[in-house]
Design a protein around this ligand. Structure first.
Ligand code: PEP
Ligand code: MN
Length: 327
């Protein structure tokens, strides 16, 4: 439930309402806005008696949030959430943030070369997997802790913030030390134990949509993170499974645009994992930005033909340059 206060409501009137809510053993959170303050109420399983609250002076209206998600909803917070990773790298601030890099960290030399090139071409952050959740146990699984150490070194040398995917709660300390933003992959979107423990670290999180998840399930997964007290969540539409088999996944731009209406959280698109092939990445990236995406995460490799992971969908430096120019 959301209690919207009048424009001229005084601090004392706002506090009276907060006290009344807390007396009902519910949680009240003041949400100051540009025009007026709202009070978000959580903890209620049923409707709170509207009449009683309306009697308090300064109350303008009460909005019942009937959806399952609350903290992530636009009703709860009208203004866009901004997630700042470093100076000038802000998701949701109007300027798309571009994350680029290889699917997997393969070596120090490889990552440094990619970092320098993508940075020069305008990328804001470097991606790279150290723990790879591969479909086949026989595929390259990543350099693990060594990969994260390489990433930290490259981040410092190339002066670029970094993001990598966590797959196990065993690695929380490593990720807390070595990366600027932690990625929760598609396969772990509903691994609630993992996402709550990552949320508790307080670091910014990139939450990728489960490949067979509905929008509601996606937003509810983000709700777990916000409920943990970590507001620094960026969503990522990375393509969903449908009956169509001609591409790896289908980039669900409907949901991307709908989430901009439904939620205040920033959302970016991953055209690489959606398409599964490099020659669809640029058109899908442009479509995502046209739909309001707050950024992109794109796989870029110094030598896609030799990549240990996802080479078919990786852009080389020339194509990445073309993408940046077109953006
Ligand atoms: C990735 O970004 O490297 C990745 C594995 O993506 P997803 O979780 O979307 O499959
Ligand atoms: Mn990949």
């Amino acid at each position: 439930m959301l209690i919207v206060m009048k424009n001229d409501a005084t601090e004392a009137q706002i506090q009276n309402v907060v006290d009344a809510i807390e007396k009902l053993s519910l949680t009240a959170e003041k949400l100051p806005g540009a025009q007026r303050t709202a009070i978000g109420v959580t903890g209620n399983k049923e409707f709170v008696d509207q009449g009683r609250i309306m009697n308090y002076s300064g109350v303008k209206e009460i909005i019942h949030v009937t959806k399952k998600y609350k903290l992530v909803s636009r009703e709860y917070q009208q203004e866009d959430t901004l997630v700042e990773i470093a100076e000038g790298v802000v998701f949701g601030g109007g300027q798309p943030v571009v994350i680029a890099g290889p699917c997997a960290i393969e070596s120090y030399e490889q990552l440094l070369e990619i970092a320098k090139n993508i940075k020069e071409l305008g990328a804001d952050m470097l991606r790279g997997g150290a723990y790879k959740p591969r479909t086949s146990p026989y595929s390259f699984q990543g350099l693990e802790e060594e990969g994260l150490k390489i990433m930290k070194k490259v981040s410092e040398e190339a002066s670029i913030p970094v993001i990598s995917e966590i797959t196990s709660t065993d690695d929380l300390e490593l990720f807390s030390e070595y990366v600027d933003m932690i990625q929760i992959g598609s396969r772990n979107m509903q691994n609630f134990d993992l996402i709550q423990k990552v949320a508790a670290l307080g670091k910014p999180i990139l939450l990728k949509r489960g490949m067979s998840s509905t929008m509601e399930e996606f937003l509810l997964a983000a709700e777990y993170i916000l409920k943990q007290g970590n507001p620094n969540v960026v969503l990522c539409e990375r393509g969903i499974r449908t009956f169509e088999t001609s591409t790896r996944n289908i980039l669900d731009l409907n949901t991307l645009a709908l989430i901009k209406i439904e939620s205040h959280l920033p959302i970016i698109a991953d055209p690489s994992h959606s398409a599964g092939r490099y020659d669809l990445v640029i058109p899908l990236a442009k479509a995502s930005i046209a739909c309001g995406a707050d950024g992109l995460i794109v796989e870029v490799h110094n030598n896609p033909k030799e990549a240990l992971c996802d080479g078919a969908q990786s852009l080389n430096f020339d194509s990445f340059k073309s993408l940046m120019n077109q953006l």
